[in-house]
Design a protein around this ligand. Structure first.
Ligand SMILES: C[S@@+](CC[C@H](N)C(=O)[O-])C[C@H]1O[C@@H](n2cnc3c(N)ncnc32)[C@H](O)[C@@H]1O
Length: 291
């Protein structure tokens, strides 16, 4: 069972299945017209991993197939929420006043603005995703808060992300930005040159900006991840796990902060984390780096 109280601010975290974000997501009745319920969507499948309700039978069936390979999957997704919260809290504590969460997904109770606002209530956050369902669900979450915004754009098109009117309204590029890319860069194939993309974002933001990155890896679990990547071929987002050397190269234009690239539970650990004793099993590397 997962501990219920997060390490910072004494903030109470909802338990997995009482997830307030999932309840909110259940209300996304006005569905985007381009919704395809017959094909698993990576944002809806991930919503299911986290115990959310903004997913369809096809997403759940797909998720169960992944879970048959990686039974700890849903604990791992929760562990990832906690990593993002720790990393954003860390960046906000350094005085970063604004965050751009690219590949932000369907919101949950852990939306990164909560971690940022626990440190500084003035922090501005723009959520960016290129799936309509994620953007629509996020729109509802941010509607009444003028510190928050949501934009639909593709990570692979930095101009579209950075020049989006919502980004332009809330993110001041002359000030440090927390660039958050949680579990999204592994959907960017080598043919799209993810290192150059990261460097484009780095060059666009002010010195002192930070990148929060998490990324699937097969290191130590090659066979399982090969099966999982095979399943993701059925989605429109093939999954490209990368090893430590590839991630080190990807982050070559950034200054890695301690503890470097580590398995996710080991990034400035929260010892209540259920995956803390078997960090490699998360199949996710995490890092925070400075521009
Ligand atoms: C596994 S989910 C992670 C969601 C969130 N970052 C988190 O950690 O909770 C990946 C998200 O990235 C989005 N995504 C994938 N490729 C993308 C791209 N090229 N541009 C923008 N978003 C993308 C998907 O739509 C999905 O919502």
């Amino acid at each position: 069972m997962v501990g219920n109280v997060m390490a910072y601010g004494g903030r109470e975290w909802p338990s997995r299945y009482e997830d307030a974000g999932a309840l909110a997501a259940r209300r996304w009745a006005r569905r985007p017209s381009e919704l395809d319920a017959d094909k698993p969507s990576v944002s809806r499948v991930y919503d299911w991993y986290r115990g959310g309700a903004a997913n369809f039978a096809t997403d759940r069936a797909f998720g169960r197939r992944v879970q048959s390979i990686l039974p700890e999957l849903r604990d791992l997704a929760l562990c990832h929420c906690r990593f993002l919260a720790r990393a954003v809290w860390f960046c906000a504590s350094l005085g970063i006043p604004q965050f751009l969460d690219i590949g932000s997904g369907i919101p949950d109770a852990w939306g990164i603005h909560r971690a940022a606002h626990a440190v500084s209530p003035e922090c501005r956050v723009v959520y960016v995703d290129n799936e309509a369902v994620a953007v629509e669900a996020t729109r509802r979450m941010v509607a009444d808060d003028d510190r928050l915004g949501v934009a639909r754009a593709d990570l692979r098109d930095p101009d579209a992300v950075l020049d989006n009117p919502v980004t332009a309204r809330l993110i001041e590029l002359a000030e440090p930005v927390g660039l958050v890319m949680g579990l999204v860069v592994h959907f960017v194939p080598d043919s799209d040159d993810p290192a150059s993309l990261l460097n484009r974002y780095r060059d666009a933001v002010a010195p002192g900006s930070h990148l929060v990155l998490s990324h699937d890896t097969a290191d130590g679990h090659e066979e399982d991840m090969a099966h999982i990547a095979g399943l993701y071929e059925e989605t429109d987002r093939p999954l490209i796990p990368r090893d430590r050397a590839a991630l080190t190269a990807l982050l070559g234009g950034f200054q890695l902060l301690d503890p470097g690239i580590v398995h996710m539970p080991l990034w400035r650990p929260d010892r209540d984390d259920p995956t803390f004793d078997r960090p490699e099993r998360t199949c996710v590397y995490a890092a925070v780096a400075r521009t």
